[in-house]
Design a protein around this ligand. Structure first.
Ligand code: BV8
Ligand code: ZN
Length: 243
């Protein structure tokens, strides 16, 4: 993206009031967390789609928990990067700035984002498979498999697995936020996983100016009004304030 294109985008942001951003694993890559489909994202040669499913958990809860515990150990040592931090700052500068993340690592909340929906859940929360109680559990490492402190039954990660539906209320709020946005950012996502992968097209249809930030082209690129090739941790601060 040229200097003048960046300047044009920056002035559009100055005059905008309602901005929504959708992030994926790419924004946390700059904090050292492996992405899903990047080469460093594999664990014991399993693909995420093979482990992040109710069937995998029913068949072998210990292996699924080992994968989550491996990810929790990595995430526990990582911090929000300038991409997370500048998006959190946007809440103060734009009263109608909203953030939707596909990530379960909790780094946006750690960076201070509050108008935030973690649409695929949070890796630091567990949910009881019997009594349904949801708790924050930051033990590293976890006893595997962890059991409910209330009823003793098996706990599962409080995340949305492939084949599971998202929380309907949260999904409705995401729709309202993307329809209402004058500018819709899509940052660090391969645009593969539904329904998040459809958000950019919906926002565009509702009249948003869609800005993609990614290292490489994705299926979202042709739906975007502009697509910036770059790291989220460098590009977001450059667009929103000091470079
Ligand atoms: C549902 C939580 C109703 C668990 C995750 C319609 C069409 C086709 C398929 C479907 C469909 N509807 C439903 C499906 C099935 C499925 C699906 O989408 N499958 C895909 C694989 C085709 N969807 C569902 O099941 C969803 N449920 O729709 O309910 C329903 C139910 C049944 C049947 C029909 C409908 C639920 C999906 C939720 C899955 N859970 N995570 C966990 O994390 O353990 S998804 C998982 O992938 C993560 O959340 C992750 O965030 C997400 C998306 O991946 P990305 O974030 O994009 O990460 P990725 O590695 O792929 O890409 C990183 C990108 O960053 C790259 O582009 C890279 O270039 C870029 N990058 C890297 N570094 C940087 C960078 N960019 C900028 N800066 C950098 N430094
Ligand atoms: Zn219980």
């Amino acid at each position: 993206m040229s200097r003048e294109e960046i300047d044009r985008l920056r002035s559009r942001l100055q005059s905008a009031r309602r901005i929504t951003a959708l992030t994926g694993a790419g924004i946390s890559a700059d904090s050292g967390i492996p992405t899903f489909r990047g080469s460093d994202g594999l664990w014991k040669n399993f693909r995420p789609e093979e482990l992040a499913t109710p069937d995998a958990f029913r068949r072998d809860p210990a292996t699924v928990w080992e994968w989550y515990d491996w990810r929790r150990r990595i995430i526990a040592t990582k911090a929000p990067n300038p991409g997370h931090i500048w998006l959190a700052r946007m809440e103060k500068r734009w009263p109608s700035f909203h953030l939707i993340t596909q990530n379960v690592d909790g780094l946006h909340a750690l960076a201070g984002s509050r108008r935030l929906i973690e649409m695929h859940g949070n890796i630091w929360k567990t949910r009881c498979t019997r009594c349904g109680v949801v708790e924050e559990d930051r033990r590293v490492p976890l006893p595997i498999p962890p059991s409910c402190s209330t009823c003793g039954a098996l706990l599962r990660p409080h995340v949305v697995w492939f084949g599971e539906s998202l929380d309907p209320e949260e999904l409705a709020t995401c729709m309202a936020w993307l329809r209402d946005a004058e500018v819709f950012f899509v940052i660090g996502t391969s645009g593969v996983v539904q329904p998040a992968a459809s958000f950019a097209g919906m926002a565009r249809q509702a009249g948003s100016f869609v800005v993609e930030i990614n290292l490489e082209p994705t299926p979202i690129t042709e739906q975007a009004d502009c697509s910036i090739r770059g790291r989220a941790a460098d590009t977001i601060p450059r667009l929103l304030g000091e470079s």
